[in-house]
Write a protein that binds this ligand. Structure first.
Ligand SMILES: Nc1ncnc2c1ncn2[C@@H]1O[C@H](COP(=O)(O)OP(=O)(O)OP(=O)(O)O)[C@@H](O)[C@H]1O
Ligand SMILES: [Mg+2]
Length: 164
């Protein structure tokens, strides 16, 4: 019989984190920024308008970005370099990616040599998502209401997961 700890070890999701405001969503992004290392990938799953860009804005602000990060919905990739941020980060929004195979042209692997990736709509890349990605699933019942976040933790995030 599997106990809870064993469930988590085989890649189950964490308990949901309740996020009651835009500011709290940004604070979660900021907490993750403090743990982010070169090579890390954060995948943000969740429906339209559930807070993926908001979380990423908090993360980028904590990395030192002074202006408000735009949503990369049209650009697909918005890259930030030192010194505007202390760790190079590419903010990616795959919503408009029509074909998984077009991923190759984005060259996202290159960012991981010395930086990190945050990816909205990672569903669009299917099984091409890096296996070491931290996968966060954001959800909401109502656009005006609270959100929840559950995480699927790869090994390197299990030790440093700050929320429970
Ligand atoms: N926890 C929260 N509680 C209430 N509102 C929130 C919360 N988090 C984000 N919002 C609000 O939800 C709206 C949409 O957020 P955001 O643009 O971050 O979503 P998204 O997931 O990036 O959407 P898209 O799929 O279009 O990229 C914003 O107005 C934001 O302020
Ligand atoms: Mg967005």
């Amino acid at each position: 019989m599997a106990d809870e700890g064993e469930d988590r070890d085989i890649g189950g999701q964490t308990e949901p984190i309740l996020v009651v405001s835009d500011a709290e969503m940004q604070a979660i992004g900021a907490a993750l920024a403090r743990l982010l290392a070169p090579g890390d990938v954060i995948a943000l799953n969740g429906t339209l308008g559930c807070g993926k860009t908001t979380l990423t804005r908090g993360l980028l602000h904590e990395l030192g970005l002074e202006e408000e990060a735009p949503s990369p919905s049209f650009a697909i990739v918005q890259a930030y370099e030192v010194p505007e941020v202390r760790l190079p980060l590419a903010h990616v929004d795959l919503y408009r990616l029509d074909d998984e195979a077009d991923m190759e042209e984005l060259g996202l692997d290159d960012y991981l040599y010395d930086g990190a990736l945050v990816i909205e709509w990672p569903e669009r890349m299917g099984s091409r998502l890096w296996p070491h990605a931290l996968v966060l699933t954001l959800s909401m019942d109502d656009p005006a209401g609270p959100r929840t976040i559950t995480a699927t933790l790869p090994p390197q995030w299990k030790e440093k997961w700050p929320f429970q």
